[in-house]
Design a protein around this ligand. Sequence first.
Ligand SMILES: CC(C)(COP(=O)(O)OP(=O)(O)OC[C@H]1O[C@@H](n2cnc3c(N)ncnc32)[C@H](O)[C@@H]1OP(=O)(O)O)[C@@H](O)C(=O)NCCC(=O)NCCS
Length: 216
Amino acid sequence: MVLFGTGRFAAVVRHYLTFHSEYEVVAHTVDRAYMEGGEFEGLPLVPFEIVEEAYPPDRCSMLVVIGYQGVNKLRARKYEQAKKKGYKLMTYIDERSAIAEGVEIGDNCIISANQSIDPFVKIGNDVIIRNGSYIGHHVVIGDHCFIANHVAISGDSTIEPYTFLGINSTIRNGVKIGKGCVIGAGALILRDTGEYEVYRGIEGEFLPRKSSEINI
Ligand SMILES: CC(C)(COP(=O)(O)OP(=O)(O)OC[C@H]1O[C@@H](n2cnc3c(N)ncnc32)[C@H](O)[C@@H]1OP(=O)(O)O)[C@@H](O)C(=O)NCCC(=O)NCCS
């Protein structure tokens, strides 16, 4: 498998693939303009423009490992380009997650460790779910979404494509999150949202005293 990406997230995913999957990562690729040298963490780094010359699609698969830049638009673009080159885009599902039988998961997805995913969930293509989230029954997650860690999506909710759900956010059951929204860390969403909206949670309140002064 060739990984698109050389960021910290790509390094993390490669670590998972190495220790918790059957896949062998053989190289990394990024656009030539973003290359610094010819290797990434001990593996060859090749320009995406010519990746198929050394790692042809009939011998290698690919996984596009980019975060949520541009509210997931950048990853979606590279996903489409990799497909056009003829690569099969693989999905990584961490063996330490509890996923109900029959859950549908598309290609180029990264389902990290310690998820709890209920029956009848549908997850589209190019969806990233970081560690430790709960996805309730009959939830539908559209293509190109990024779900950060410890997110709770209650049953019957819909997350439309390109949406970002921040760490520890919570979605009430039956709620629809519109396309391309950014839901901030710790936000609680109780009603349907529009498209491309931004929500934030309630910030912890600063108390003007030292921790040594309180009684815990
Ligand atoms: C909500 C969010 C998208 C806003 O982004 P932003 O507009 O760049 O945020 P800023 O840092 O400029 O903050 C704007 C204001 O909102 C507050 N704020 C930002 N995020 C907040 C949050 N999650 N909860 C409560 N308040 C928040 C800031 O304190 C600031 O308040 P002020 O105007 O009173 O000073 C962002 O803060 C966020 O939560 N991102 C998700 C982080 C995350 O989940 N990371 C995991 C990666 S895997």
